[in-house]
Design a protein around this ligand. Structure first.
Ligand SMILES: [Zn+2]
Length: 527
């Protein structure tokens, strides 16, 4: 079991400190201790793709919601355990306390050998949406086991971000871009009564204050590397109506965050969260922050504008919690599923398209095995071989040639056979330990690769300003701000503490506040 904290400063870009079970145990015990007076509502806010470095840059200018967090909470550096710094593995980890090696969530979507096609992380064998692929219990499952009448709700624009922190139980609510309405696996009646979203898409996203954005960001609106997102161009204004699919464009607008906050507050009323003394759970995931990062980068006007607006939105949401639950009635953690790289232009990196990796891998296999489609998928961090490739006598030679072809990319730091790194993670150290935690023995591809510092992966028809998915600190280090039960205000915290929180422990802290058995403990008790 990994300890909650290690007493170390930020780790170097690509190394994994071996968890030391003796350091930081006092802090761990303090945070994980069950509260003397349980909260009525436990809230997890996931700011999707929120690197610690980007928050540190913007923090002095965020005085409303984030200001309150830093006056009432404790700000630490969270460290994600593996190279699976992606949305679905990150959200699964936050809810289960388990990295990919145990959760089984290897990416947002992956090649399924059983299905013979790419499946989504929250797609079941029958095509339905749910936590079928999650191998371990998550927070709503832990609440269900406790059988104490508590409720669990997850709200996000993305289905996977609503579902995976909860698990198979609970009420996940997400945005359906075909109808511009929130939906669920089990839609409650109140959901259909929310005000319509479509008319709000008519209003373009314009800067709060363009001169201020220029000053804060220190750059122009179309700095090198920006590509736009969801049909929006590189520069303001961003009008959803002028994109190909306005209902989809909301994923990359501050309005998307607003909708999640509004729906979460509506869920408190609709589901009577926090209405009795048994602590309920509410998980919010703010996906637009991820899309804005991908489209324009964290140094952009768009990222600054979204964060200034998020500061206000978060402040209003916290006011809403006060009004509905009472100031002392709720506890909250704000953190992220993963970080992101600075713009590659700023740190001497570059971009690689998955398709180029797949092509190179396939050409290497053709040189050994003859014409054919030998590689079926090469989306980070996995390379999957076709079943026919696996049946070849010369398969191992071909695999070695593929690995050499991947290593020839200027932006690839490591390519290796999965069997050499997967399984028995506790017996490995350093980067090998972190890599092991990123791989599922059954589901991962036969080969995996990791990018060099500053290099990001994208698709040929889905260019990114920046991205995430690596072992580097910019992807693994995220803010963790904890507003524990029974807290009292203090002077604004202006820098993260010296404590590094292992992100696998977040689920345990939330479970303690909820008064239920942590999901990780349940996972180890399972027959
Ligand atoms: Zn992302």
């Amino acid at each position: 079991m990994l300890p909650l904290v290690v007493a170390c400063s930020a780790p170097p870009s690509s190394s994994t400190p071996k968890p030391n079970p003796t350091t930081g145990s006092a802090a761990a015990a303090k945070v994980e201790r069950p509260p003397s007076k349980p909260p009525k509502l436990v809230v997890l806010v996931v700011v999707d793709q929120w690197p610690q470095w980007a928050f540190e840059q913007k923090r002095p200018h965020l005085t409303r919601g984030f200001g309150r967090l830093l006056r009432e909470g404790e700000w630490h550096t969270g460290q994600h355990p593996s190279a699976a710094t992606l949305t679905a593995p990150g959200h699964a980890l936050l809810g289960t306390g388990e990295p990919t090696a145990t959760s089984g969530i290897i990416a947002n979507e992956w090649w399924s050998r059983d299905a013979g096609r790419v499946i989504r992380s929250v797609e079941g064998p029958d095509g339905t949406t749910g936590a079928h692929n999650l191998r371990v219990p998550a927070l709503a499952d832990a609440i269900a086991v406790a059988n104490n009448g508590a409720k669990a709700v997850g709200v996000s624009l993305k289905d996977r971000a609503a579902i995976l922190p909860l698990g198979k139980a609970g009420l996940p609510i997400w945005y359906d871009k075909t109808t511009a309405k929130f939906t669920s696996t089990r839609p409650p009646a109140w959901l259909a009564k929310l005000p319509p979203i479509k008319p709000r898409l008519d209003e373009p996203w314009t800067p709060l204050d363009a001169a201020k954005l220029a000053q804060l960001s220190g750059t122009v609106d179309d700095q090198p590397g920006e590509v736009g997102e969801k049909g929006f161009g590189k520069t303001f204004p961003h009008a959803a109506k002028q994109t190909k699919n306005p209902l989809d464009a909301v994923y990359a607008m501050p309005l998307g965050n607003e909708l999640v906050f509004e729906t979460a507050l509506a869920a408190i009323d609709g589901e009577q969260l926090g209405a009795d003394d048994v602590p309920d759970l509410l998980v919010l995931s703010l996906s637009p922050h991820d899309y804005v990062g991908h489209g324009w980068g964290h140094e952009s006007w768009e990222a600054w504008d979204m964060m200034l607006r998020l500061d206000e939105q978060l402040g209003r949401f916290l006011d809403g919690l006060d009004a509905k639950i009472g100031r002392d009635g709720w506890a909250l953690i704000v953190t992220s599923d993963h970080g992101a790289a600075p713009l590659p232009e700023r740190i001497g990196g570059g971009r690689i398209a998955y398709e180029d990796i797949e092509d190179a891998a396939n050409r290497a296999a053709i040189a050994e095995l003859g014409p054919g489609k030998w590689v079926v998928n090469a989306k980070y961090p996995n390379v999957f071989l076709a079943p026919t490739t696996l049946a070849q006598k010369d398969r191992d030679v071909a695999v070695n040639k593929i690995i050499l072809a991947l290593k020839a990319f200027p932006g690839i730091a490591l390519a290796a056979k999965t069997v050499d790194y997967a399984g028995n993670c506790e017996q490995r150290t350093g980067d090998a330990f972190a890599i092991c935690l990123s791989l599922d023995v059954e589901r991962s591809g036969e080969i995996f690769y990791l990018p060099k510092r500053g290099w990001i992966l994208e698709e040929r028809d889905q260019r990114f300003a920046t991205a995430h998915g690596s072992l580097h600190a910019y992807d693994r280090e995220v803010p963790v701000i904890m507003l524990a039960p029974g807290r009292s205000p203090h002077p604004t915290q202006t820098a993260p503490s010296n404590t590094t929180i292992h992100m696998v422990r977040i689920a345990t802290v939330l479970a303690r506040w909820l008064g239920v058995t942590p999901p990780s403990t349940l996972a180890r008790q399972a027959p």
